[in-house]
Design a protein around this ligand. Structure first.
Ligand code: NDP
Length: 273
């Protein structure tokens, strides 16, 4: 019988996940379907359970349900536990397992697709919401020299620092608001705020970009105000979050199917190349 998977969110019609997973399934000869399911704001758990009853094997979870998915799961991976957010659900007779592949997707995009190694680098992570939280452990696992967290609400960045500093290893960590960044330089600046969604850029001081630095926006599909500002401020390279999206999907696919799909053909297709 064909195995069923889906992405669940609200809204979800815009999701590229059905197309990405259809290409993965074709490339790896997996007998599966993947659909988009809209859940009402107060109906996440019921929608998941209905999908399980209908034979569903797994789901991706997107806005605004990642935290609820974490609570719904019977068991969670350590990275999902740390992120307090789940973007991948795996259904089995033993129950619902939750994982989070967003951070692995970001690191895979940076290191494999963009050839940007993180060991020894100075990283600035902007934002302290679910996306920032989800990438903390995988970023620290790459052993950067320093990780600075900056957020509009500075206390939320400090809270994130307090939670993750036990995992710092040899990495120097600090946290605060945007204004405290004046006079500092970074090799990688990651925008994990939602500012790009309203065509805004976080109000950053000038001079942040070290020679050879990369500016990375998790939002994808266009050059965002953050990326435009980074270009004028001297970032050597710019990247959007499309590669992260495809790589996190590949990690989910691997968790479900035990097969690692090639990501380059999908990325090229999405970029229209
Ligand atoms: P959350 O709502 O959890 O967090 C939003 C964050 O953005 C907060 O830190 C908030 O600051 C900050 N923020 C919002 N508006 C502004 C603004 N105008 N200026 C400065 N900071 C602002 O969202 P998520 O963390 O879940 O998502 C963040 C972004 O990452 C989204 O744009 C999402 O699309 C993207 N994303 C991309 C993925 C990919 O695969 N490419 C995967 C996951 C997320 P404050 O605390 O002060 O409110």
């Amino acid at each position: 019988m064909t195995d069923r998977y889906a992405v669940i969110g609200n809204p979800v019609a815009h999701s590229k996940s059905p197309m990405i997973h259809a290409v993965f399934a074709g490339l790896t000869l997996q007998d599966m379907t993947y659909e988009a399911i809209l859940a009402p704001p107060d109906g996440f758990a019921a929608t998941v359970r209905a999908f399980i009853s209908a034979g569903g094997r797994g789901m991706n979870v997107t806005v605004p349900f990642k935290r609820e998915a974490c609570a719904l799961a019977d068991t969670r991976s350590p990275r999902a536990e740390a992120a307090k957010a789940v973007n991948t659900l795996i259904f089995s007779p033993a129950g619902i397992h939750g994982d989070n592949t967003d951070g692995l997707g970001l690191v895979a995009d940076l290191t494999r697709n963009l050839g940007f190694q993180l060991a020894g680098k100075r990283i600035l992570l902007l934002g302290a919401g679910g996306a920032a939280r989800g990438v903390m452990l995988p970023l620290l696992a790459e052993r950067p020299a320093a990780l600075t967290l900056a957020n509009r609400t500075a206390d939320k960045a400090r809270q994130l620092l307090a939670e993750f500093s036990p995992h710092a290893g040899g990495c120097t960590m600090d946290a605060g608001g945007f204004e405290g960044l004046a006079g500092r330089q970074f090799d990688l600046v990651i925008n994990a705020t939602a500012a790009s969604l309203t065509d805004e850029a976080p109000p950053l001081p000038g001079g942040l970009y070290a020679p050879g630095s990369l500016a990375y926006d998790m939002v994808y599909g266009r050059e965002t105000p953050f990326l435009t500002a980074a270009r004028t401020q001297g970032a050597a390279r710019l990247a959007d979050g499309l590669g992260m999206l495809v790589e996190q999907a590949a990690e989910s696919f691997f968790l479900w199917r035990g097969v690692r799909p090639p990501t380059a053909p999908v990325l090229a297709q999405l970029r229209g190349k």
